[in-house]
Design a protein around this ligand. Structure first.
Ligand code: PMP
Length: 368
């Protein structure tokens, strides 16, 4: 056989759509004030750390994890007030659950529908799994209603495309707004397929579809603990009717949540109140940051019910670079989607981090 390079072999074997994809880029963040990834900036309180360390010391890491950790699921149910008749399916982060859902409904020609701009993994996972993807634009040039659902266009797309799976991020990432409850309800009612309301930012939002799960046979709610102080654990879950979850369980890899994440999450959820207090602090600081950004004439900031703020500023890439030079890392959305030109996204950090971000931003807008 003639020698063949790995690159030519990869190009001949891999699917075209994989070759065309850009990898999800995570920039290096060492040494920066890290306001790019919607993490909770507060470390676990010391007393709780000690408790976790003692439990980890006893953990049976020579054994596979419990494939159905009943105690952890019970704690999750308690923490979120899940109705008795509803079930929980655990994922290695909610990213994994998006993939699992796509695999589950992916009959030939099946369509995944979402809105745009929204969480980029919906489209990426549709591509990985070979599903058709349809993105319905959110409203623009509508003043205060910018980035809200275009209900008539979304309902028309649902009628036309008959999607097997619909994802709605509630609140939405990267725009931060909470869609109208009534519009989301109409979309669920009009959908022939499964609708997943992605409540990744539930801890910072004023509404949820968990209490409405029983109203719709085609609704699941997805959540993650990543934004609540456990991004490093990778733990997400689907909540909904056991009729759905029993089927989806067949696709879950048996040991997708490791011994240590199970154990640490259980301990942290025993202190869910501590995490919710941190979320409350973040909400207060979000309001302050929103006010401060709103006072800058060169900036347009958008309302948020998440732990981040979307804002627009001329020459956003220069602003992003200027912040980076001053040691502050946020997310540059410019160029990612036509509706996000000159947009930047900043995660709400500690009061001190927010102040350093604001000082750096004001300096850049004044001098650059
Ligand atoms: N859904 C939304 C809307 C998100 O913004 C994110 C993370 N950025 C996720 C899901 C994935 O979260 P994780 O995989 O950390 O659970």
């Amino acid at each position: 056989m003639p020698p063949v390079s790995a690159i030519s072999l990869a190009h001949s074997l891999l699917r075209r759509e994989i070759l065309d994809l850009h990898a999800y880029h995570v920039p290096g963040s060492a040494g920066y004030i890290k306001l790019d990834a919607m993490e909770n900036p507060y470390p676990v309180p010391q007393q709780l750390r000690d408790e976790i360390a003692a439990a980890v010391a006893q953990a049976a890491i020579n054994r596979y994890p419990d494939p159905d950790p009943a105690a952890l699921k019970e704690k999750i149910r308690g923490a979120i007030g899940l109705p008795r008749e509803m079930g929980v399916l655990l994922g290695n982060g909610s990213d994994e659950l998006i993939q699992l859902l796509a695999m589950a409904v992916n009959k030939p020609g099946a369509t995944l529908l979402s809105v745009e701009p929204s969480f980029v993994m919906y489209k990426m996972i549709a591509t990985f799994t070979g599903m058709r993807y349809v993105g319905v634009p959110l409203l623009t040039n509508s003043g205060a209603a910018d980035f809200s659902l275009d209900l008539s266009a979304t309902l028309a797309a649902i009628r036309r495309e008959q999607p097997a799976l619909v994802f709605l991020a509630y609140p939405n990432n990267p725009t931060g707004n909470l869609f109208s409850t009534d519009a989301v309800a109409q979309i669920i009612a009009a959908s022939p397929g499964l609708v997943v309301v992605d409540e990744a930012y539930y801890a910072f939002a004023s509404d949820s579809f968990i209490p409405r799960l029983a109203d719709y046979p085609n609704l699941l709610v997805m959540r993650t603990f990543s934004k609540l102080g456990m991004a490093g654990l990778r733990l997400g879950f689907l909540a909904g009717s056991t009729a759905w979850l029993e089927q989806l369980e067949k696709l879950r890899l048996p040991y997708n949540v490791g011994v240590l994440p199970q154990l640490v999450a259980e301990k942290l959820l025993e202190h869910h109140d501590v995490l919710l207090l941190q979320a409350e602090q973040i909400k207060q600081d979000r309001a302050k940051l929103y006010r401060q950004l709103g006072e800058i004439a060169a900036v347009r900031v958008y309302p948020s019910e998440a732990n981040f703020l979307l804002f627009r500023a001329a020459n956003a890439t220069a602003v992003f670079d200027g912040l980076k030079r001053r040691g502050v890392l946020i997310k540059n959305l410019n160029g990612g989607h036509p509706m996000l030109s000159d947009c930047l996204r900043v995660t709400v950090g500690t009061p001190d981090e927010n102040e350093r971000f604001m000082t750096a931003l004001q300096e850049i807008l004044r001098y650059e």
